[in-house]
Design a protein around this ligand. Structure first.
Ligand code: SF4
Length: 380
């Protein structure tokens, strides 16, 4: 990984509080702890750190619950010392909790959510330059705001990113540099740098948490068991939701899913939104990725390797399907009013709700069906 040999100096406390995982933030957090007498007892149980623990909980919950990652806004004003203290130590506490969970999947999920949050801030933050120079050895920006990145960094980082714009044959490469062209509102050059940086920030956040995990002693594990229990419970309830949907037979599928599968099997092209929807629905109801790839076999542009890659990506990133309103806007809803009683219900706003409702109805039906005894021969 061609990281810079020397990390640039960074003294701006607002930036350090916004991105508390930066390597430059370590000594700053230590100095803040010394200045405000924040030791491990204060962080875990002290009243001064109450709000930091509340913010840490919401950081953790967002990482499990929200598909958009951790909430960008902090609960304090980051331009005040108190706000910065809150932001920095909430991150620190959240990292301790995920480390104490000893659950590498949870750690990855949290790192992903924190990195997504940082990416969204970086898209508008002038600190992007210094942060880019912290994580990338070859990165430049010209006077027009067009960024270039060294080829080896680009190759390494874009393997985890989907989309044709990240594939080398579609990039402008000159003398070992890749130009990140501006695509206006669709994808600015700066947004592309933020997206690439997300990959490296995620890796760093994850490695730090894994290191914390390896150093966790028994006493700390016990003291953190309550917040760890909270986050584990949340993960378990999410998993249980997925499991409840597993085994949904074709008769339970919502019309939009049946339409997508039927159209593909007839060789009709499905728009991008519909493809992502079908892949994420299949994942949620427990279909194996191979079955999902099979849905696309008759698509006009089917390629085994590309589809397998894209489906695996959806499964690994745990995509969840969009709701009815987005499906309607993107022409993927299959019904008009009156076509399907369930879809007409005022509460119907998500295809997964459709499956749940179908399953529940079927169960109710089964419990009402009393087996009818066949008359025995000789019965009057
Ligand atoms: S209303 Fe919702 S569940 Fe029903 S077909 Fe349209 S998108 Fe699917």
């Amino acid at each position: 990984m061609p990281k810079p040999l020397a990390i640039p100096d960074l003294a701006d406390e607002v930036t350090l509080a916004r991105y508390p995982f930066l390597p430059q933030a370590k000594s700053w957090i230590a100095s803040m702890a010394a200045k405000h007498d924040v030791d491990i007892d204060e962080l875990l149980d002290g009243s001064m750190m109450d709000r930091a623990r509340i913010r840490a909980r919401s950081r953790l919950i967002d990482s499990v619950d929200s598909k958009d990652g951790v909430e960008v806004a902090s609960i304090g004003d980051i331009h005040t010392e108190e706000g910065r203290l809150l932001e920095a130590f909430s991150f620190y506490y959240a990292r301790l909790v995920v480390g104490a969970s000893e659950d590498e999947r949870l750690i990855s999920r949290w790192a992903q959510a924190e990195a997504e949050r940082a990416q969204r801030i970086l898209e508008k933050d002038s600190a992007i330059r210094i942060i880019a120079n912290t994580y990338l050895s070859e990165i430049e920006c010209d006077e027009k705001g067009i960024w270039k990145i060294g080829l080896s960094d680009f190759i390494e980082l874009c393997t985890g990113i989907t989309g044709s714009r990240w594939r080398l044959p579609n990039c402008e490469i000159k003398n070992g540099w890749v130009t990140l062209h501006d695509e206006g509102d669709r994808y600015s050059s700066r947004a592309k740098v933020a997206r690439l940086l997300r990959e490296r920030m995620k890796e760093d956040i994850k490695l730090d948490a894994l290191e914390k995990m390896s150093k966790m002693d028994e006493g700390l594990l016990i003291r953190l068991s309550e917040p760890v229990g909270m986050i584990r419970g949340l993960v378990a309830s999410k998993t249980a939701e997925t499991i409840a949907l597993i085994g949904a037979g074709e008769e339970d599928w919502p019309p939009c899913m049946r339409k997508a599968v039927a159209e593909l099997s007839q060789g009709v092209n499905l728009n991008h939104f519909g493809r992502v929807f079908l892949g994420s629905m299949s994942r949620c109801i427990g279909l194996p990725p191979e079955t999902t790839v099979d849905f696309f076999r008759n698509a006009p542009d089917f390629s085994e390797s590309t589809t397998t890659y894209q489906v695996n990506h959806l499964y690994e990133r745990e995509y969840t399907p969009s709701g009815c309103s987005k499906l309607k806007v993107n022409h993927n809803c299959a019904v008009q009013t009156g076509d399907d009683k369930l879809c007409d219900q005022p509460w119907m706003d998500h295809p997964l709700k459709y499956i749940r409702a179908k399953q529940r109805r079927r169960k109710r039906q089964e419990s009402l069906e009393v087996p009818v005894e066949q008359p025995k021969p000789g019965d009057g």
